[in-house]
Design a protein around this ligand. Structure first.
Ligand code: GLY
Length: 425
């Protein structure tokens, strides 16, 4: 079987790697891929952009590709699944209407309200004056969310009224997220610990994968600006199996059932960002794809069933398919170009990856890398994701840092405290 994976991050490298382990898979193309997918077993990069739907469809047809797997949210929210399905092509991911769960905060909140899914109280605004009056009345801390996709930058957890007003000014007046992004959701601040629930669905049945914990801030002890994610581990002790079942039954199923009522079949990945405070579990956000780097740890735990689940989800027939996890913990540390998420430089040679990869139970996923004249160079903010599995969280974390110690490139930086919260449980 030939498979196309769309995207170019660590998440897509992990998807390609996991699929390449299945004997039925003969070839995997990554569009556009990265330095890691270029070198991965059975993989080849193709130079077609994720938003070039017609180019991708032509390639899929010409190369008899049986399944396309979409990594990032952008093509999903632009309707890549609808476009492929119109051509009779099998593709894993939600269609445009279902991807609104990530692409519109206001839509997701409305679905949660109708489905009685626990989430922060909120109000929706279409102009600065009304939103500002609401913020002044409610006080801080308060959360301001731009409605549409904003490359992870649309959410402000404002610790003061001035910070919230500034976020509103950026959205409504400065239009930093574009003129079309003119709806704002303002939510009550939630206390607790965040975790990411990932599952695969065909719109009827849900297969939960693992609950993981991401590290969003750039510096140790959750200091500094937000990033795409600096490391992760799974399973996260903050969400034990009883709580995970609760999320499946009281959050994930009600979400897909509510969408069904609205005429939308949600297929693909369910990503529920959770806020857990003791026994209270509330939804922070839904996303319509695997998290990055959550995907890298969640897929590292999978023993078998991944390809079958993706195929069956795309066909709408999960039936009695199951995914079996290894009884192990996975942890990953992201190596960044110093300066990220702000200004940073690229193009530096990376050494030591094969030494790290050569250690048992370590896999180095690439994110911002490129292969040039047989040299591997840094090519982005998040460069590599050193992932390890171990018998428990401490073993997985220690192993991941053992891999990190082998790798170097100019300006390399990383967090030294991945998994600290999990270890303290
Ligand atoms: N790591 C957070 C996300 O993928 O949205």
């Amino acid at each position: 079987m030939k498979i196309l994976v769309i995207g170019s991050g660590g998440r897509e490298h992990a998807i390609a790697w996991k699929l390449s382990q299945d004997d039925r898979v003969e070839k995997i193309y990554a569009a556009p891929g990265n330095g890691g997918t270029a070198c991965e077993n059975k993989c080849e990069n193709i130079n077609i952009k994720a938003d070039d739907f017609q180019g991708l469809i032509k390639f899929v047809k010409e190369n008899n590709i049986e399944l396309t797997v979409v990594g990032p949210e952008d093509p999903l929210s632009k309707g890549i699944v609808d476009t492929f399905e119109k051509e009779g092509l099998l593709i894993f991911g939600p269609n445009k209407a279902a991807a609104m769960m990530e692409a519109s905060k206001a839509f997701a909140k409305d679905v949660m309200k109708s489905a009685n899914i626990a989430t922060a109280d909120y109000a929706e605004f279409t102009n600065y004056d009304d939103a500002a009056e609401y913020v002044k009345k409610k006080g801080a801390p308060i959360v301001v969310k731009a409605d549409g996709l904003a490359a992870g930058k649309g959410v402000t957890v404002a610790l003061s009224v001035d910070e919230a007003l500034n976020a509103l000014k950026e959205i409504f007046i400065d239009k930093v997220f574009g003129a079309a992004n003119n709806i704002v959701v303002i939510e009550d601040f939630m206390e607790g610990e965040e975790a990411t629930y990932l599952a695969v669905t065909d719109g009827e049945k849900i297969i939960p994968l693992s609950v993981s914990q991401d590290h969003k801030r750039v510096y140790d002890d959750d200091k500094g600006p937000n990033t795409g994610g600096m490391g992760a581990y799974a399973p996260a002790p903050v969400c034990d199996s009883k709580k995970m079942d609760y999320v499946t039954n009281h959050i994930a199923y009600p979400m897909i059932k509510e969408l069904k009522k609205r005429g939308i079949t949600y297929k693909g990945v369910i990503y529920a960002g959770l806020m857990i405070n003791g026994e209270s579990i509330k939804v922070v956000e839904f996303n319509c794809r695997f998290g990055d780097p959550e995907c890298q740890v969640v897929l590292s735990r999978i023993e078998n069933g991944f390809l079958d689940a993706l195929l069956a989800s795309a066909k709408g027939s999960l039936g009695d398919i199951n995914i079996i996890n290894k009884n192990m913990t996975a942890a990953c540390v992201i190596l960044i170009s110093g300066g990220y998420p702000k200004e940073y430089k690229s193009g530096y040679e990376i050494t030591g990856i094969s030494d790290a990869d050569g250690i048992d139970n370590i896999k180095v996923f690439h994110a911002g890398t490129k292969l040039e004249n047989d040299k591997l160079l840094t090519n982005g903010g998040r460069v590599l994701c050193v992932t390890a599995i171990g018998n428990d969280l401490k073993a997985a974390i220690d192993k991941a840092y053992e891999g990190v110690a082998k790798i170097s490139f100019k300006d390399m930086a990383y967090r030294k405290d991945i998994g600290k919260k999990g270890l303290s449980k």
